[in-house]
Design a protein. Structure first.
Length: 276
């Protein structure tokens, strides 16, 4: 539930979005803005004591409120329109269980009504003033929809980011090498890097992909190629240090996991940056 303001002739009228899953406009503020009256409760009571008002409120409640007390409504409707009939918003709510009109206390307190009812009230106050209320309310709704649209885009981007991140973990970020590959002695140093990053040797990749031309590196992502280039330099340092191949493979695999995780996370965070 969110409270916004519309401005008419330098007077603010509060609007609640999300009350009973709908939009409510402050009748108290409408009286102050349209009638320049401090006797807001009296003006609202004068509107509510009218028979056509009670009839309209009853029809609205029957359409939108399954818990509306029709027996109490009939009693109120029968008494309405007479000189001695008085009805406050609070009494209407308590007796009938109405949801179209609500009373709120506190900072943004006052009598609020569903926009349908608020427009009916506005027409009674002044048709010209009511048209201004409708126009400003529609403008506010359009702004709200734009905001919600952007929020939805951001949320969708976040969802897609997490979905893509999970896919990366499953498919792109290297797995720890298994015991079989860890125990092998590789004639080609290129296969040390292949196993560390891709999890298979060049021969194993060709056997698994007989219909593809070239080698596995031809089908690598840009991030995998960046990581591979880094690993070639690191492997050269390890060789110069006299490190055994099995130990180099283990260390290069851990480096590949770490670097691919960083590279893919940086890449995918870009989708969370607004373009407009």
């Amino acid at each position: 539930m969110a409270i916004r303001k519309i401005n008419i002739d330098d007077s603010e009228i509060s609007v609640i979005f999300g009350l009973h899953d709908d939009d409510y406009i402050c009748l108290t503020d409408m009286v102050k803005a349209g009638d320049n009256s401090d006797r807001t409760n009296i003006v609202i009571q004068n509107w509510m004591r009218r028979k056509d008002t009670i009839s309209y409120l009853g029809v609205w409640e029957n359409l939108h409120n399954h818990n509306f007390n029709c027996i109490e409504f009939d009693a109120i409707k029968s008494a309405s329109g007479t000189n001695r009939f008085i009805l406050t918003a609070k009494e209407w709510i308590e007796r009938t269980g109405a949801i179209g009109i609500v009373s709120k206390a506190g900072r943004y307190g006052g009598t609020y009504a569903h926009k349908d009812i608020a427009y009916h009230f506005g027409m009674w106050l002044s048709p010209e003033f009511n048209l201004l209320v409708v126009k400003e309310f529609q403008r506010l709704k359009e702004e709200e929809q734009k905001t919600l649209g952007w929020s939805a885009k951001r949320e969708l981007a976040k969802i897609n980011y997490h979905i893509h991140t999970d896919a990366i973990k499953a498919n792109l970020i290297p797995q720890e090498i298994d015991d079989y590959h860890r125990s092998m002695i590789y004639a080609e140093e290129a296969d040390v890097l292949n196993v560390a990053l891709f999890g298979v040797t060049a021969k194993e990749w060709r056997a698994a992909n007989p219909d593809l031309k070239g080698n596995m590196r031809d089908y690598a992502t840009i991030n995998q190629l960046i990581c591979l280039s880094n690993m070639e330099n690191i492997n050269a340092v390890f060789i110069n240090e006299g490190m055994a191949q099995s130990e180099r493979l283990q260390k290069l695999n851990q480096i590949a996991i770490q670097q691919m995780t960083v590279l893919e996370n940086v890449e995918n965070k870009k989708i969370l940056t607004p373009n407009n």
